[in-house]
Ligand binder design. Structure first.
Ligand SMILES: Nc1nc2c(ncn2[C@@H]2O[C@H](COP(=O)(O)OP(=O)(O)OP(=O)(O)O)[C@@H](O)[C@H]2O)c(=O)[nH]1
Ligand SMILES: [Mg+2]
Length: 429
């Protein structure tokens, strides 16, 4: 089935098409989606075991069945994935059998341990598919909490019944990201004092924040259903307010920016894993760690582009390199420089063979003076203007450029200033 067909089916809330698209996103395929905001993206965070899954289940069950509901769980060990907790598992099966509810667990991946770019892609796909609600259950610790606020329109922070001291310890991080604070397991008698403590803390935060939406504190029991209807009402009010104030696109913007970052982290990790040779050079002290990173990213350090060799007979020279097993290009005439050129390909650089077209060309004069041999060395730089200005500052003469050629922008540093080496600077464009 083609991707267009899958997208069309997903639009009709075909759960298996949605699942396939998300799997493709996890495998790196990027669906081109035109997203118009319509889903209320709700992040649910809170300490491990605070009742996140149970509460999401309770909400999803109460949402009218003509609404499309998606649940993404970030922790692969979550009960939603069929893991530890039997009660949740049975309830999950009841949920997945409902046509309006789609559940998917997404792995945290990589060194960062937060959301993954595929999770953001999944949110895009679900919104495209017309989800009314997208619930995202985070791990409740570390990076995924901070990430979730960039994709969610509304963040629910769950706090289980705790002692005053424990609440104080929660303060950092979690207390700044919530739009709705929930004392979970409200059937537990200890929830009353937790509620009062939380209310006092959120009141303090409210004054600092000064936003249109005032964070709400609620007592809810996901297991027994107390307060769930009220919570859903507040969630919908919040959404209506976001629509009314035109702020729904804010989180689409931050969602895009987060996806870019997450994809970059993923790529970077892959590049690092593949760069064992660079790592070895760092370990052996040949490169500093920072130099290695700049080299990995292709930045900062000039790279050898080519070594040019002046020859009298280019066909003969080309044949020798070919005989040695090198890949050799066909000869090209460059009138402007009065030379015939052949490129010998190396892994990440080239040897450039130059034969003068006439006795007047500079390469002919070079051979006359010094015989055949290395004519110049070319290095590729990121910013040729910067390089030229540095060269001039230290008193080196820059000749023949910067001028635009087939290879990019080039300039030369005169050999009289550089121990007999004609150094070409190239900036590829
Ligand atoms: N008494 C009581 N127990 C609850 C309530 N909600 C959840 N629990 C129990 O708390 C435990 C953890 O619930 P979960 O919903 O799995 O909590 P979670 O936050 O999703 O947990 P992790 O995903 O593992 O971090 C389970 O044993 C639930 O039955 C509640 O409202 N009251
Ligand atoms: Mg859970």
């Amino acid at each position: 089935m083609g991707i267009d067909e899958l997208l069309e089916k997903a639009r009709n809330w075909d759960k298996s098409a949605i699942a396939k698209l998300i799997t493709m996103a996890e495998e790196g395929v990027e669906p081109q989606l035109n997203i118009h905001r319509r889903s209320h993206v709700i992040g649910i965070t809170g300490p491990p075991g605070s009742g996140k899954s149970t509460l999401i289940y309770a909400m999803a069950r109460r949402i009218p069945q003509d609404k499309r509901v998606a649940i993404l769980t970030i922790d692969p060990s979550s009960p939603f994935t069929g893991g530890s907790f039997m009660g949740n598992r049975i309830r999950m099966q009841e949920l997945t059998s409902r046509p309006n509810i789609y559940i998917r667990s997404m792995a945290t991946r990589g060194m960062r341990g937060g959301l993954n770019y595929a999770t953001v892609a999944a949110i895009n796909i679900l919104e495209y598919a017309g989800a009314d609600y997208i619930f995202i259950e985070t791990v409740g610790a570390g990076q995924s909490d901070t990430d979730v606020k960039y994709v969610a329109d509304t963040v629910l922070v769950l706090v289980p019944p705790l002692s005053g001291d424990e609440i104080q310890a929660l303060k950092s991080g979690l207390m700044e990201i919530g739009d709705i604070y929930i004392v979970s397991k409200s059937d537990n008698p200890a929830s009353e004092s937790t509620y009062r403590d939380l209310l006092a803390m959120v009141d303090m935060v409210r004054e600092v924040k000064g936003e249109a939406w005032k964070p709400v504190v609620l007592k809810v029991s996901g297991l027994y259903g107390h307060g769930v209807d009220e919570l859903l009402k507040i969630i919908d009010e919040r959404f209506n307010e976001l629509v009314k104030s035109g702020r729904l696109d804010d989180s689409l913007r931050s969602r895009r920016a987060l996806e870019m970052r997450l994809y970059a982290y993923d790529m970077l990790e892959k590049m690092l894993n593949e760069a064992k040779d660079l790592e070895l050079r760092v370990i052996n002290g040949e490169l500093t760690p920072r130099e290695a990173v700049r080299a990995l990213l292709g930045r900062g350090m000039p790279r050898l582009d080519h070594v040019a060799v002046a020859v009298k007979n280019i066909d003969e020279a080309a044949r020798k390199f070919r005989d040695l097993g090198f890949r050799v290009s066909d000869p090209v005439i460059v009138e402007g420089q009065g030379v015939k050129v052949v490129m010998v390909q190396l892994g990440n650089a080239k040897i450039e063979l130059l034969e003068p077209l006439s006795p007047e060309s500079t390469v002919a004069k070079f051979i006359e003076r010094r015989g055949e041999g290395i004519h110049h060395i070319a290095v590729e730089v990121d910013d040729i203007d910067k390089f030229i200005s540095i060269a001039k500052n230290v008193g080196l003469s820059v000749v023949g450029g910067p001028s635009r050629g087939a290879e990019g922008i080039a300039a030369f540093i005169h050999p009289k200033d550089l121990h007999g080496v004609l150094l070409e600077l190239v900036q590829h464009v």
